[in-house]
Design a binder for this molecule. Structure first.
Ligand code: FMN
Length: 387
């Protein structure tokens, strides 16, 4: 591919260069994938208002996320098994984020460990926690994140039980992959991936293997989740974790107005309006459709981030116009990583930054803080089609 101009170009390369098992893991939703699809198609329904003859010089995409200066209102979302999309993937993505001046969030289910990412970066990153039944493991993990200098905890609330993703079962997803005949045949055409993977020792769940007690098989996400994730997670347990952590706390996976009010009243520093990229409750509404209702429910002061479906700077602008302070991206950066490693993540971020900047100019805006409802046109009934 000669010139890369959009996230879709990176997605095509990602598909070509990464084992099918891991590409499919990223590019899928749960069950019928309705919510996964609507996360992106709902963005396309939102239209932008063109404004002309407005001075567009001196534009800025810079803002703050929970008090931290960021070059644009975008952070890298926690993505499990990032180090299987490309060898040392978490370190590569974290470095690209650092260079772009935006936060990186490390998943509990990462391949590179907390300490490893800290050793290879200079900016403090954010750590995402899945709450496990084993409280000692949770406490030890929080201590490790604190010691590594992580500056915020992203607590994921929407995956205490795994929504089924058919492709992962059909492909026999594990990390590292089991070398069956179909996998070997697939790897034959993905030689660069295999070559890089042979050069690294980071091929297992780095935060878990050697840290969690009595883990029988940490290679399969499905069985591990079923065994270890705490189905009893509720607000009292969230309070325990908040106290244990003692630092900035972002609650991830809010998709309902009542839950949003609870998160606000709980005193979280921010919340992420998200349906986990359509990977959990299939049939839930898209995050962008729920965002304006949630903003209305919690009022103007609460810091709201949004993810699920963002594939362009235009999408970032739409999210900000509908009430988000900032956004997270998952697949958009994973496509970059799978396509071209660290350079691919940098390319994805630069594509999104430029799209946001130019689209802001064409909307007659100079500053991300000025974006609002006046920049978008919504189809009739978009906000109250479902009641
Ligand atoms: C392959 C993949 C793995 C993910 N793993 C995690 C995870 O470990 N922890 C978490 O909180 N969210 C995880 N997510 C959800 C993302 O953080 C984010 O909510 C989602 O990707 C946003 O949707 P988008 O991919 O359309 O941008 C994952 C998403 C993908 C695509």
């Amino acid at each position: 591919m000669a010139v890369i101009t959009c996230i879709d170009d990176l997605k095509r390369l990602h598909k070509r260069r990464t084992p099918k098992m891991f590409y499919d893991y990223a590019e899928s939703g749960s069950y019928t994938e309705q919510t996964f699809r609507e996360n992106t198609t709902d963005f396309q329904k939102i239209r932008l208002r063109q404004k002309v003859a407005v001075d567009m010089e001196g534009r800025s995409t810079a803002t703050k996320m929970i008090g931290r200066d960021v070059a644009m209102p975008v952070a890298l979302a926690p993505v499990g098994l990032t180090g299987m999309q490309r060898a040392d993937g978490e370190i590569k993505a974290a470095r690209a984020a650092e260079k772009a001046g935006i936060p990186f969030t490390l998943s509990t289910m990462s391949i590179c460990s907390i300490e490893d990412v800290a050793a290879h970066t200079t900016d403090p990153f954010w750590f995402q926690l899945y709450v496990m039944k084993d409280e000692d493991f949770v406490d030890a993990t929080l201590e490790r994140a604190k010691k590594a200098g992580c500056s915020a905890l992203v607590l994921t609330l929407d995956l205490q039980i795994l929504g089924q993703r058919h492709k992962d079962l059909k492909n026999g997803l594990t990390a590292p992959p089991k070398l069956t005949l179909p996998v070997l045949l697939d790897l034959a055409t993905k030689w660069q991936w295999g070559f890089e993977m042979l050069q690294t020792k980071r091929r297992f769940f780095g935060n878990i293997v050697g840290h969690a007690k009595g883990v029988s098989d940490a290679s399969s996400l499905g069985s591990w989740t079923a065994e270890q994730f705490d189905p009893k997670l509720d607000w009292s347990k969230i309070a325990r974790i908040r106290d244990q952590w003692g630092g900035k706390l972002i609650l991830k996976g809010i998709l309902d107005e009542d839950d949003a009010r609870l998160a606000r009243d709980f005193g979280a520093d921010a919340m992420i309006v998200s349906n986990h990229g359509g990977r959990q409750l299939d049939g839930a509404l898209s995050a962008i459709r729920m965002l304006p209702k949630i903003r209305e429910a919690v009022g103007p002061e609460m810091e709201i981030f949004m993810d699920s479906g963002i594939r362009s700077g235009q999408d970032v602008l739409k999210a900000l116009a509908l009430g988000a302070n900032s956004t997270f991206i998952g697949r958009a950066f994973i496509h970059g990583l799978g396509a071209m490693g660290e350079q691919g993540v940098a390319t994805a971020l630069e594509i999104i930054r430029k799209e946001l900047d130019i689209t802001m100019a064409l909307c007659g805006e100079k500053n991300v803080h000025d974006l609002g409802r006046h920049n978008v046109l919504l189809p009739t009934g978009f906000l109250d089609e479902y009641a």
